[in-house]
Design a protein around this ligand. Sequence first.
Ligand code: 5AD
Length: 357
Amino acid sequence: MNNHGELSFEQIVSHLKATGQEENELFQRAAAIKQTHVGNNVYLRGLIEFSNICEKDCYYCGIRCSNREVHRYTLTHDEAINCIRFAHEKGFGSVAIQSGEIASATFTKKIDRIVREAQKVTDGEIGITLSCGEQTEETYRRWFESGAERYLLRIETSNEKLYRQLHPEDGKHSYTRRIQALEALKKTGYQTGTGVMIGLPFQTVEDLADDLLFMKQMEIDMCGMGPYIEHAATPLWKEHYRLLPLGERLRLALRMIALLRILMPDINIAATTALQAIDKGGREEAILVGANVLMPNITPSRYRDDYFLYENKPLSARNDEEELDYLDERLQAIGHRIGYNLKGNSLRYGKRTSSLP
Ligand code: 5AD
């Protein structure tokens, strides 16, 4: 393995299967590459789960539109702005506004107003990531011009056949359109992120190797990926007997993160909530093997339990201030420090755009 991320497909597959000493070596390698390229700062994105209303019907997701058991909510404008003020005051360099997918003029306007006001109340100091699904190029442009700098749209799996198995063929879900949306985001000028679920039923290590190569080939700037976790009120639940045990899914996700860091040394990689759902130290483990972004949930607590994507999703045990102190301590204990008041832009994005004509 060389330092420059030139791993072959076969090598990636073999590393994805690594255990014991071989796995340790992979983790150490990724940690060293991370240290060299992005250092030991961990950037915070305050996660705001804006709305769990969703037009999509993904077979794996707890807030799919067919799940009638979900109590649906949308934050008010003021609630969203209060979250952003809180994040800014606490030194979070940025927020991520995540939502179920809604394509409507009203929704577009709501997000637009929040993005504009967030700039105003923080003097342009807060970085804004949107994660609001597939939208038209025009909507992406409008939000970008209002001040959103980053967008996260997970491809979920880069295997088109598997994508079809995970989504209904109802005209609302299309692998091709999702790729086109990612391309539109890049073209618009966003720092563009994607990601996949790891350990899905029917997914092979070869699929995961392809996912990593897909991200490299797409030249993404950021990645958020985590283990698939079953949810009893979804159609995919019936396949749960096919799944790896949770502990093994977590390790597989850690190997994915390590390999992505080796393949793409200067991107931002998030230690996602799903890792924490499996093991309360899962995010710190991810930081140790290559991740450099944490997304503490700052959604108002009365809504939090309704954004229930999968089983064991961590709920609010501490208040958000205590949570931040706790994270600060945990990160220091593993030789990292929080990059307070820093937007933590993707270094890859900087290089990608400065080399444009
Ligand atoms: N397990 C893990 N991640 C999930 N997501 C949705 N459902 C699940 C699940 N059951 C992820 C998807 C989506 C993001 C909001 O949450 O990747 O893009």
